[in-house]
Design a protein. Structure first.
Length: 194
């Protein structure tokens, strides 16, 4: 699968290139050059499969050939190793609860998947990759926890000083087992996790 910039001025790139570069050189966001489709039969089969298996099958067309199937399975199964409950409210009306991850945020899905995918892409590198996150909400703690223990990656979280709740700040610190906070010209606080 190839990835293109939403600005359409940068050359196509691989999944590895898109993930490790972040923004395209033209300032756009990367997205798949084509969207994989699933047949009605596949979608019906998804109803009977474990959630992790569905995630693997949905991610597979976007990850191959850059990520071998066995690595992708490991990435998905490590990233989504918490309950995902489908609650039926009435016939034909269901809610997928996305708040059972380690930081109780739906962002746990993306952060944990991205962390493991990036970990795979940077394996064997001599310098650590630094991920910089600016947040005023639950993104910081989801990213800090998601990347915790992933070799070769260091996370730096910026958040506005005195403008987020103590609960969110503490969750980020606990999730990342961070070093002491550093004040950033009175406006932001930096929490760093390796």
């Amino acid at each position: 699968m190839r990835y293109r910039s939403t600005s359409r001025e940068a050359p196509l790139t691989s999944l590895r290139g898109a993930v490790l570069r972040g923004l395209a050189p033209d300032g756009g966001l990367y997205m798949p050059a084509e969207i994989a489709r699933h047949s009605p039969e596949e979608l019906e089969e998804f109803r009977r499969l474990p959630f992790t298996e569905v995630c693997f099958r949905v991610a597979k067309p976007f990850a191959t050939p850059d990520v071998p199937e066995e690595v992708l399975w490991q990435v998905v199964s490590e990233a989504i190793n918490f309950p995902v409950n489908l609650v039926s409210l009435s016939p034909g009306l269901h809610i997928l609860e996305l708040f059972h991850g380690p930081t109780l945020a739906f962002k746990d899905f993306g952060a944990r998947f991205m962390a493991r995918l990036m970990g795979y892409f940077v394996r064997g590198e001599t310098r650590p990759l630094t991920v910089l996150v600016a947040t005023s909400g639950d993104t910081g703690s989801a990213v800090a926890h998601g990347f915790l223990g992933v070799p070769g990656i260091r996370v730096v979280i910026l958040y506005p000083s005195k403008r987020i709740s103590e609960a969110r700040k503490n969750n980020s610190r606990r999730s990342a087992k961070t070093s002491p906070r550093l004040k950033w010209p009175g406006r932001s606080t930096i929490a760093s996790a390796s």
